[in-house]
Design a protein around this ligand. Structure first.
Ligand SMILES: Cc1cc2nc3c(=O)[nH]c(=O)nc-3n(C[C@H](O)[C@H](O)[C@H](O)COP(=O)(O)OP(=O)(O)OC[C@H]3O[C@@H](n4cnc5c(N)ncnc54)[C@H](O)[C@@H]3O)c2cc1C
Ligand SMILES: NC(=O)c1ccc[n+]([C@@H]2O[C@H](COP(=O)([O-])OP(=O)(O)OC[C@H]3O[C@@H](n4cnc5c(N)ncnc54)[C@H](O)[C@@H]3O)[C@@H](O)[C@H]2O)c1
Length: 482
């Protein structure tokens, strides 16, 4: 099906999805699979932030760095070296960049929409009434549901001179073909740590300015510390508990100077702002139909992703992915999208929805996440502190990763650490964190254990293969005393 020509398009679909990022695409797909007609509206690129400016380019940049270092850690293959131009070229391939331009080709994603029969409307959408939207002046209606998946934009704080200094956001940092000699980064979260490692490896002198006493505040301290040490070894300078007071740039493309709360000045060629995200709700009209936003501007939703406060006899407005602020991760947004697609499908067919399927209830267990630095951090569920805050009797079990034979095979002198947090009363794993080289894929076994509430006595019979890194599970359970 071709992209809709606004002049000849039908005015109504069963479901309208706003935002064709990874999350919107999944919501549209699931609703369409339920037998509904679906239109999806996108103002920029089909595939959204993740495909072009976030997950894909950053991971495409990080992988050669990981691969080179992994190779250098294995006796007999130490000769691997990084080719910065090759790294950038790989990134460009991953994001379907058009030649040497700054444009991207989303025809792969558009072709998929075409293939499955979902109508794409290009433009900016806003709610103007119950089940009614305006897209660049044209009014369209949904017979059953509108699903908002408009994502977020980078937060740029009101620091004097910052906006005028035209800082980099994740967009510039993931698309640049230039490696600045000096890169300053405001913020010390996931975006900052991953991109600091990229640019340091490609040759920049990187400085991180973080407000709080430590990097990666959302992660267990021991894991964040391992990444902090690695960044220091990479030559990244860390200014912790430091505020940027003002920013200025010399001319349109000259160096940037940051006045710091310590009284010092930091000069760099580019300044990347990575202090979190702002929901993309401006001009979306959520409140015009009674929808509520929270203090940070994210769209308030029920556990079933229905927008709260909305007028109408039946629920018809939903919000999924980053824009509801529940978990700012692609896979968790897509999970919400699948659930909502099924919910909308059931409601449209007049069936009683099955909450076990149509509510993304596992969000409450704690989302799996991988920080793709070297070392990686892979985590899921609750930290010890979070477990205790919930009034649970929690016990922490720690083991060095190299207690599993597979880790030693992975790299000479493997460095890493694993932790599980156990609910002493229920005898189940509440949370797990692994830090080390190549730990990313360990997190799925942990997610199965946490979400499935698998008793430790059953986990004992899930035998990991020898000699893999998964044997860390055996060591953790032995240490716990199963
Ligand atoms: C540098 C970086 C790296 C990341 N790496 C990872 C990672 O490795 N793994 C992971 O899980 N997450 C990662 N994330 C987070 C991930 O990118 C987001 O969770 C994800 O993109 C959210 O998807 P979404 O579809 O909700 O929103 P988005 O991807 O932001 O898509 C929203 C879409 O809606 C469109 N839109 C907005 N408003 C309108 C409107 N009014 N009308 C029409 N269209 C509109 C936008 O143009 C956009 O295409 C990363 C984020 C950053 C910044
Ligand atoms: N691998 C992944 O899964 C991945 C990678 C990148 C981003 N993401 C997602 O994207 C989201 C955004 O990431 P992010 O790194 O921008 O935000 P973040 O919330 O992870 O980290 C922001 C950091 O900036 C600090 N900060 C806040 N205001 C500051 C200020 N004025 N000056 C200095 N520091 C300040 C905070 O203390 C925090 O450490 C995250 O929620 C994350 O889930 C995920």
């Amino acid at each position: 099906m071709p992209e809709e020509n606004p002049a000849s398009a039908p005015q109504e679909w069963d479901v309208i999805v706003v935002g064709a990022g990874a999350v919107g695409e999944n919501a549209a797909d699931r609703a369409h699979k339920a037998g509904l007609t679906v239109a999806i509206i996108e103002k920029h690129l089909v595939g959204g932030e993740c495909s072009f400016y976030a997950c894909s380019p950053s991971k495409a940049l990080l992988r050669p760095i990981h691969a080179t270092r992994a190779s250098q850690r294995v006796q007999g293959s130490e000769g691997a070296h990084l080719d910065p131009q090759g790294v950038l070229a790989r990134r460009d391939t991953w994001v379907n960049r058009i030649g040497t331009s700054d444009r991207f080709d989303d025809s792969g994603q558009v072709g998929w929409l075409d293939h499955v029969g979902i109508t794409l409307l290009r433009g900016v959408a806003r709610l103007v009434g119950e089940r009614t939207l305006e897209v660049d002046g044209r009014t369209i209606r949904a017979r059953h549901a509108v699903i908002l998946a408009t994502g977020t934009t980078p937060t740029v704080p009101p620091i004097p001179g910052l906006r005028e200094a035209k800082p980099w956001t994740n967009r510039e940092a993931t698309t640049s073909r230039r490696i600045p000699e000096r890169l300053a980064i405001l913020g010390g979260g996931v975006v900052a740590c991953e991109l600091a490692q990229v640019y340091a490896a490609l040759g920049s002198m990187v400085t991180i300015i973080e407000l709080t006493p430590r990097l990666l505040g959302a992660n267990e301290a021991f894991a964040a510390e391992a990444v902090t040490e690695a960044l220091r070894r990479d030559g990244v300078e860390l200014l912790l508990e430091t505020k940027a007071q003002s920013v200025s740039r010399l001319g349109p493309s000259g160096e940037v100077t940051v006045e710091l709360s310590t009284g010092d000045r930091l000069t760099a060629d580019e300044l990347l702002v990575a202090i979190g995200r702002t929901p993309a709700t401006e001009g979306l009209g959520v409140e015009s139909v009674g929808g509520e936003l929270n203090e940070a501007g994210f769209i308030r939703v029920t556990d079933a992703m229905e927008v709260t406060g909305v007028s109408g006899d039946q629920p018809w407005l939903y919000a999924v992915g980053d824009v509801n602020g529940k978990v700012l991760l692609t896979h968790m947004g897509k999970y919400q999208a699948r659930a909502v697609g099924d919910l909308v499908g059931a409601r449209a067919a007049g069936r009683e929805p099955d909450p076990a399927r149509t509510t993304p209830w596992a969000i409450a267990a704690g989302a799996p996440q991988v920080v793709f630095t070297d070392p990686e951090i892979a985590s899921v569920g609750l930290s010890e502190a979070q477990a205790r805050d919930r009034g649970l009797r929690a016990r922490v079990v720690d083991m060095p990763m190299d207690s599993a034979a597979g880790a030693g095979l992975q790299a000479e002198g493997y460095q890493g650490q694993a932790r599980i947090v156990v609910d002493e009363d229920a005898g189940v794993v509440l949370g797990a964190t692994f830090v080390g080289q190549d730990v990313a894929d360990l997190v799925h076994a942990a997610t199965v254990a946490v979400v499935g509430k698998v008793p430790l006595t059953t986990l004992w019979h899930a035998v990991p293969s020898y000699p893999t890194m998964s044997e860390i599970w055996l060591r953790l359970l032995e240490e716990y005393g199963v």
